[in-house]
Design a protein around this ligand. Structure first.
Ligand SMILES: Nc1nc2c(ncn2[C@@H]2O[C@H](COP(=O)(O)OP(=O)(O)OP(=O)(O)O)[C@@H](O)[C@H]2O)c(=O)[nH]1
Ligand SMILES: [Mg+2]
Length: 946
């Protein structure tokens, strides 16, 4: 009883599992349902045999009365099952599972081979159940089957389907025809199904005892059956039935029926029959299940995946985890060190002190050098300031001298003392100036040295930082590569094991374990009777086979590990690598410090010195000329003051041309000195000459422009030839200044008038020194006989920008421009742009347009080709620049090379702002870039997802 409930529970439990696996459920449903009914069934005896062997007659005899139709023609058409019921009842069990009750008189129609409307109905019947209030049927169900080998195939089929449901089978042989070929075939089939079979030879009433003993006859029949049947009983069912109906014991004995009674009793008592029958069916079920597992196992690639999953769980995944934990730590440490350096690199260093702070972290040569630079820097500044403070008084003094000159120079001999004093002061001034000249040369030299020191420091720091970063960078790089390589290798190795594969395995294993668990109790320890049953042993064997058919596999672990594997953190960023590379290439100290270095000394000094030079040189030359005249005159009259004067005169003559005057500044007026004939100026009337020249000056520009000017009035042909192109050149320009330098006698009948003329063009101020030689014509009228013109100075108008500072300004702008793009902060660059300028609005628009796109810009190069002034305070810088943009959204990069013009406004000599930027030429090259890392483009994504 126990084994039945165990088995029933197993079936119920397993059926529940099958609800999730429709294909298997459909396949096994019938079998399981059948088995479950089977467990409820009483011991069942099936009566089979060839048609007309007397099966129905035999069954009637078993019942003790004629309930079933018996005929000489093939009669039993439908399997008829006899069960116990309190009253007679006929139930039709249809093939589709429905059961219908019929009244008793319909029984022959339903079961027997008769024509009419029932014939069609019979074909749909699985069997007919006849319930009878007969005691025997309470413990034994009897099935009467249609004769095998009958002409109706459905009979045979119906019989076969019932065979598996029987505990024992009685094969009824006809006394007349035992052991035909087909009969033996049928018996073989039954034997194959493991159904216990008992042979019954019916109709022994026809046997003649006198001819042959019945035992001998039966033994002969058994031989004909080739030993297929162990036991053969001879009986006459018809006689037995009759004897029972008559109550004739003698006749019953004669019919051989007592043997049958004994047989039936032994069947009823045989407790192994039912488990044998049930486990025969269990075996069929298990075979199907085994088949399913075998097929699923091969389709889910268990044998291929098992070693893979095992190695992933036990080796590859833990190894990767260890690598990630360790590698990430190393990577982060390296990255934080690198970041520190990069932060130093990004710091805006505005002074030598700040640089020193940084270099102290670097130590070694960089630190030394920065100390040195700092000291040099401050001593330079100190010298520069003292230089500036000395330049100022000198300027004042020279201005005074310049102012004094006309007064003194007109005095002639009567002002001799004044001239002497002037010459002395002049000489002192010269000396001072020479000293300053030395200082300024020294200062510039120092400045140059500082600049080059800064350059070396820059290189050194860059190298130091690079050296400091390098090992970490290499670590990061190799970790990144190792990570990628590992990932790629595992990718390939485990590419087949995706979520689908794991799902399938998972399902297979869960059905499997549900199966094992469900059937376990049924195979643990049923009672002895059951374990002795063959079909039980075979079933158990199948169960054990299925149990071990799948290897150990930790699918859940695999799923967990795979999931975790794909989510392993990734810190290996191409961005970081690109960032490091980009940063190190920037100029560090140079760009930061140079703007804070005082301007080149010679700017101020030169302007100042030029002022002194121009005036003093001119004066000095004239002074020397005049002194020469004076001395010549004086010496001829009074030799007492010779030494004093001579000394001054020589000092001036020696200093003037050699150390102070660059050749281009030498005024033309010095040339007449060569002339031997010197006439004192006093011999002429300078006022008359001045009027003549003023007249000429006022008419030349206006009249020559209208073509009314008659040069012959004022000029000789030769003189006009020189002067005319000069005048014409400046028709369109305004003469902004005229300084008459005086009229001097050159030789007899000749005067020299000198003056400075200043013209201003769009962007420069041109100073010319014009010397007119004035002489008299025959008619005593004055005429300009010779003109010499020297360009004296050429100065840009407006602010004279320091080109070095402007270059630095552009470099700074450029660096900040990249920061603006990469950090999405327009403020970083806005201070470089003229607020209402075109560049300002253009760049603002551009930065807004790329904001949030995640582009990365990398500086490649920036070269300033030249800077030219294009107007007062406006300069144009022509550049060649290169940069790369990275777009990680589409994994593209583009390298640009451009030529540009920057229109720069000078706000001061070292303060600028960009008005406009014009792109002259663009070259662009696009290319793909490798995706960043797994974190963004997981290769597993396609095959593996939750
Ligand atoms: N002489 C003799 N005749 C018998 C005996 N048993 C049955 N018969 C006769 O044999 C004929 C067939 O009997 P059934 O019981 O209908 O045989 P069956 O095997 O059920 O036939 P199907 O259902 O058609 O396969 C009937 O005429 C019976 O009277 C018997 O023991 N002796
Ligand atoms: Mg029959």
């Amino acid at each position: 009883m126990n084994w039945r409930s165990d088995l029933s529970a197993a079936l119920t439990k397993f059926s529940e599992t099958l609800d999730h696996i429709p294909e298997l459920r459909d396949k096994l449903r019938k079998e399981i349902a059948g088995l479950q009914t089977e467990l409820e069934e009483e011991t069942t005896l099936i009566v089979a045999g060839e048609f007309k062997a007397g099966k129905s007659t035999f069954v009637n005899a078993l019942l003790g009365r004629s309930e079933l139709t018996v005929d000489v023609l093939p009669t039993t058409a439908v399997m008829t099952k006899l069960t116990y019921g309190s009253e007679k009842k006929v139930l039709g069990h249809f093939q589709n599972g429905t059961i219908k009750e019929y009244s008793a008189e319909w029984l022959p129609q339903l079961t027997a081979e008769v024509g009419g409307e029932m014939a069609k109905l019979r074909k749909e019947l699985a069997y007919v159940e006849l319930q009878l209030p007969i005691e025997r049927l309470k413990t034994l169900h009897i099935i009467d089957s249609p004769g095998l080998n009958s002409s109706h195939d459905e009979h045979t089929e119906a019989t076969r389907s019932m065979l598996d449901r029987a505990d024992i089978l009685i094969w009824v042989f006809s006394y007349q025809f035992t052991g035909s070929f087909t009969e033996l075939e049928q018996i073989d089939d039954i034997l194959r199904r493991q159904i216990p079979i008992i042979g019954l030879v019916n109709g022994i009433d026809s046997h003649d005892e006198e001819e042959e003993a019945l035992e001998d006859f039966l033994a002969g029949q058994q031989r004909r059956l080739q030993g297929k049947i162990d036991r053969l009983i001879g009986v006459s069912a018809r006689e037995a039935l009759k004897a029972m109906e008559e109550g004739n014991q003698q006749r019953l004995l004669y019919s051989g029926w007592p043997q049958v009674d004994k047989l039936i009793n032994s069947i009823k008592q045989d407790s192994s029959l039912m488990p044998a029958r049930v486990f025969r069916r269990v075996e069929i079920l298990l075979k199907q299940i085994e088949e399913y597992f075998t097929q699923e196992k091969s389709e889910s690639c268990v044998s291929r995946f098992q070693p893979l999953i095992d190695s992933f769980i036990s080796t590859d995944f833990p190894e990767m985890q260890r690598f990630v934990n360790k590698g990430r730590k190393e990577y982060e440490e390296a990255y934080s060190r690198v970041s520190q350096w990069l932060n130093i690199y990004k710091a805006k260093l505005r002074s030598p002190e700040e640089i020193q702070k940084v270099t102290m972290q670097l130590g070694g040569k960089a630190e030394e050098l920065s100390h040195y630079i700092k000291d040099k820097f401050s001593s330079f500044k100190h010298s520069f300031d003292s230089y500036t403070s000395q330049v100022e008084p000198l300027r004042k003094q020279s201005d005074e001298l310049i102012q004094q000159w006309p007064e003194i120079s007109w005095g002639g001999l009567r002002r001799f003392r004044k001239i002497k004093r002037f010459a002395t002061e002049m000489a002192a001034c010269q000396i001072m100036r020479s000293e300053l000249e030395v200082i300024h040369t020294g200062l510039n030299k120092t400045r140059g040295q500082i600049l080059s020191d800064i350059q070396s420091l820059d290189t050194l720091i860059k190298k130091n930082i690079q050296t400091a970063i390098d090992p970490d960078y290499t670590t990061m790089d190799s970790l990144s590569k190792e990570w990628k390589a590992k990932l790629e290798r595992l990718n390939i190795k485990y590419k087949e094991i995706d979520a689908k594969a794991l799902d399938r395995l998972d399902r297979l294993y869960s059905i499997h374990s549900a199966f094992i668990k469900a059937f376990q109790p049924a195979f643990i320890s049923p009672d002895k009777v059951v374990t002795a049953v063959d079909s039980y042993q075979r079933s158990k064997h199948h169960y054990e086979n299925i149990k071990v058919s799948l290897p150990e596999l930790s699918i859940e672990q695999a799923r967990k590990d795979f999931n975790e594997f794909f989510r392993l953190p990734s810190v290996w960023s191409e961005k970081i690598r690109a960032g490091i590379k980009g940063n190190i290439s920037a100029d560090f100290v140079t760009s930061m410090l140079i703007p804070h270095l005082p301007q080149k000394v010679d700017y101020d000094a030169e302007g100042l010195l030029r002022g002194i030079k121009k005036n003093v040189v001119e004066s000095a030359s004239l002074v020397s000329l005049i002194l020469f005249i004076i001395l010549a005159y004086y010496l001829s009259n009074n030799s007492s003051s010779k030494e004093e004067n001579n000394a001054d005169g020589i000092a001036l003559e020696q200093n003037t041309p050699s150390s102070l005057d660059p050749p281009s500044f030498t005024p033309a007026a010095t040339q007449p000195v060569e002339s031997p004939e010197i006439i004192p100026a006093a011999a002429y009337d300078p006022e008359e000459i001045a009027n003549f020249l003023d007249d000429m000056y006022s008419r030349v520009p206006s009249e020559s422009r209208t073509g009314n000017f008659d040069p012959k009035v004022y000029f000789t042909d030769e003189a006009w030839q020189v002067y005319e192109p000069y005048v014409k050149q400046f028709y369109s320009n305004v003469r902004t200044q005229e300084i008459n330098r005086g009229i001097y006698a050159l030789r007899t009948g000749e005067m020299v008038a000198m003056r400075d003329e200043v013209y201003e063009t769009d962007n420069e101020r041109l100073t010319y020194q014009v010397t007119f030689e004035v002489t008299t014509r025959q008619d005593q009228t004055l005429v300009v006989s010779n003109v010499s013109i020297n360009q004296h100075a050429k100065e840009p108008i407006g602010i004279v920008a320091d080109v070095g500072a402007m270059e630095q300004f552009l470099q700074d702008y450029r660096a900040n421009y990249f920061d603006t793009l990469n950090e999405d902060d327009f403020r970083l660059v806005s201070s470089y742009l003229t607020p209402d300028g075109e560049a300002y609005s253009e760049l603002l628009k551009y930065t807004a347009s790329i904001s949030g796109r995640g582009y990365k810009f990398e500086h490649v190069d920036f070269k300033i080709n030249n800077i030219k002034q294009s107007g007062p305070n406006v300069y144009v810088a022509s550049t060649s620049e290169g940069f790369i943009t990275y777009d990680y959204a589409v994994n593209k990069q583009a390298e640009y090379h451009r030529k540009k013009q920057y229109f720069i406004r000078a706000l001061d000599k070292d303060k600028f702002s960009i008005d406009r930027i014009v792109i002259l030429d663009t070259q662009k090259q696009t290319q793909e870039i490798t995706p960043q890392t797994v974190e963004e483009g997981n290769v597993f994504d396609d095959v593996y997802s939750e």
